[in-house]
Design a protein around this ligand. Structure first.
Ligand SMILES: [Zn+2]
Length: 278
């Protein structure tokens, strides 16, 4: 599988929000998406980053507050559709999208992907489905980002069929074989958002990637086992689960230095890995 790390836009926020004891200055939080080119299933994505639709959906209050909290920067050449074109791909070529969770910076381009199957943890979406638009803000959820035929193309992870992971994934004990060929293993990373899913994917070179979405915002959070500012506990669905997940990631990273652990908004990590990985 070929793996390319890309990002569609970024937002800014003070570093000390993302990591306890961080600097007061604003830093960039790129919105990661990953292009996975699989020998059998073709082109697939992990998340999508922002799109212009984010701006359309946050024109009015209360959704506009979202923009004030996280000012978003997005250039035309960064749009998912335009970046796919750089690889000779059309949106219709994307067979599957693995959705880590339904925050707007992860699902911004779902509406551009008219042919894809959507794979996600069922409880990541079930509580959002009938949410009043005003209540969506608390969940960083914008209903307008969900395609009209989303359900018809959804393939929610079958939670009744967990897979016991071999010791090499410890401390992660169970996961889900998302394509049935063990090429993409989904694991639940609870705390940040309900049903948040990270994925393990192995590149052709043999390097194992672990995309951990927002279980940590910065790689150094994982390395130091240092959580964000307490204030952001207000945004998390389960702060104590978040802390536990971060501890597990810390243990995993410490014991598996060969795995490339990638948080979705860590600019340092993403920039360093933006070169193609076969
Ligand atoms: Zn998030």
């Amino acid at each position: 599988m070929n793996i390319n790390l890309l990002n569609a836009g970024y937002c800014t926020a003070p570093e000390h929000i993302a990591i306890h004891g961080g600097r007061w200055q604003n830093i960039r939080f790129p919105a990661l998406f990953v292009l996975l080119r699989h020998p059998k299933f073709g082109a697939m994505l992990f998340d999508t980053g922002y799109s212009y639709r984010f701006f359309d959906e946050t024109k009015k209050f209360p959704q506009r507050i979202y923009r004030y909290l996280t000012p978003v920067h997005l250039r035309e050449e960064e749009l998912l559709v335009n970046q796919l074109a750089n690889f000779g791909l059309k949106p219709a070529d994307i067979s599957h999208v693995f959705i880590s969770h339904f925050h707007a910076d992860h699902i911004g381009s779902l509406c551009d992907l008219g042919e894809s199957r959507f794979i996600y943890m069922p409880h990541a979406f079930s509580h959002l489905r009938h949410l009043h638009p005003a209540a969506g803000l608390k969940h960083a959820y914008l209903r307008g980002l969900i395609p009209g035929d989303f359900d018809a193309r959804s393939q929610a992870v079958n939670l009744s069929q967990p897979k016991l992971l071999p010791a090499e994934y410890a401390p992660f004990k169970t996961g889900y074989d998302l394509l049935g060929d063990e090429s993409i293993i989904g694991v639940e990373l609870p705390g940040h958002a309900r049903g948040q899913m990270g994925i393990f994917a192995r590149a052709e070179t043999g390097r194992l990637f672990f995309f951990v979405a927002d279980a940590a915002w910065l790689k150094k959070s994982i390395v130091a086992n240092r959580p964000p500012h307490k204030l952001v506990n207000l945004l998390f669905t389960d702060p104590s689960a978040y802390r536990q997940t971060l501890g597990e990631l810390h243990t995993y990273a410490l014991t598996h230095p060969e795995t490339i652990v990638v948080p979705s908004h860590c600019e340092e990590t993403i920039q360093a890995l933006k070169t193609p990985h076969a």
